[in-house]
Write a protein that binds this ligand. Structure first.
Ligand SMILES: NC(=O)c1ccc[n+]([C@@H]2O[C@H](COP(=O)([O-])OP(=O)(O)OC[C@H]3O[C@@H](n4cnc5c(N)ncnc54)[C@H](OP(=O)(O)O)[C@@H]3O)[C@@H](O)[C@H]2O)c1
Length: 325
């Protein structure tokens, strides 16, 4: 585990009382489910969890009643409306409104009901399209956003600012973490609207099952990307709950870049597809490089420890057990 100390937790800190009530919002998603696994592994015994059907976080009165009756001591906000470029372009109103509603309701109600500390999760899309690489926290609001997901990004930026505003005005311990591209159990393997890593895994798997001769992947494979296993993110979230109480949001990445080509070859190997991997270089490549600068969190003593290879093996095992063939 990367730096999540346990035996020496200061009194009143996150790790000092494993019976403290912790609300993990979005606990059935990729991120929320990993956080729940991590907290359970650490011995937390009093997690408060609600499915979307049980508690719609866009409904302010329901969120208020929930906090009133449950009174959690800590909140980790991993509930959000998430989606790819297509979904963002088709439902821009949902992406901005639903995310603003969820985070505004949860952050404000948590503060008013005496929550000790809250962690809000955003993503790397908050940064300007032409931010310096690797992207430092200070790049926030220094240039125009990537237009395809600006609705989502603007909501997430508002979440960061809301945490900062409540810290400044009320002295309340609200922090924000911005993870890089994540993968792992409970990822979305949908054939049309999944991220590159689960999409590659599904395609190689299906090609293996059908004994196809080749898998064609768009582009040249040259773009550089960063990936973090969601269990490492969960470790980082616990680390921040225990060790970070600053105003600024914090990047959470592996710091390790791979080309899409290296990634595809590794996924092919892990899945065990023995045909050819063919690159269709007539198709677009996307941004040449996207890497977060996570030196702030690393400097505080946190380290991710799941290699991409091990993480892919773990994810493929989960895929085989859970995704319908
Ligand atoms: N996935 C990534 O690569 C990545 C990278 C960086 C940051 N993040 C951040 O991590 C957070 C979680 O992302 P994720 O990938 O875990 O998403 P996810 O798998 O889609 O999970 C989101 C969860 O939020 C719940 N939710 C959505 N709307 C809700 C509502 N109105 N009321 C109650 N619950 C609601 C969803 O429940 P239903 O499914 O039932 O609606 C789901 O369980 C987001 O803030 C995202 O920006 C993700």
């Amino acid at each position: 585990m990367g730096g999540v100390g346990n035996d020496t937790a200061p009194p009143n800190s996150f790790l000092s009382d494993k019976s403290a009530k912790v609300f993990v919002a979005g606990h059935r998603g990729l991120v929320g489910s990993a956080i729940v696994r991590k907290l359970q592994a650490l011995g937390f015994t009093n997690l408060v969890l609600r499915t979307h059907a049980e508690l719609d976080l866009t409904r302010q009165n329901d969120v208020d009643s929930f906090f009133d009756s449950e009174k959690p001591r800590f909140v980790i906000l991993a509930a959000a409306k998430v989606g790819g470029i297509h979904a963002n372009n088709t439902y821009p109103a949902d992406f901005i409104a639903v995310n603003l509603q969820i985070q505004t309701n949860v952050i404000d109600s948590a503060y008013r009901h005496g929550v000790q500390k809250l962690l809000f999760l955003g993503s790397s899309c908050i940064y300007p399209k032409f931010a310096p690489q690797p992207i430092p926290e200070q790049a926030l609001l220094t240039g125009p956003l990537e237009p395809t997901n600006e609705w989502y990004a603007v909501a997430k930026i508002a979440g960061i600012k809301m945490c900062q505003a409540y810290r400044i005005q009320y002295g309340w311990d609200a922090i924000s973490g911005m993870p890089t591209n994540l993968y792992g159990p409970n990822d979305n393997f949908h054939p049309e609207n999944s991220h590159v890593l689960p999409a590659l895994m599904r395609r190689f798997h299906e090609a293996k099952v059908k004994s196809s001769k080749e898998v064609v992947v768009w582009g040249t494979g040259s773009p550089l990307r960063e990936f973090l296993h969601v269990d490492d993110l969960a470790d980082g979230v616990v680390f921040m709950m225990e060790n970070y109480s600053g105003l600024e949001h914090v990047n959470v990445g592996s710091g390790k870049e791979v080309t899409i080509k290296e990634l595809a070859e590794l996924v092919k190997e892990v899945v065990g597809f023995e045909g050819d991997l063919v690159w269709d270089s007539s198709k677009p490549d996307g941004t040449p490089r996207k890497l977060m600068d996570s030196s702030k969190l690393l400097g505080l003593g946190w380290n991710p420890n799941i290699s991409l290879k091990d993480g892919l093996v773990d994810t493929y095992n989960w895929y085989l057990e859970h995704v319908k063939q």
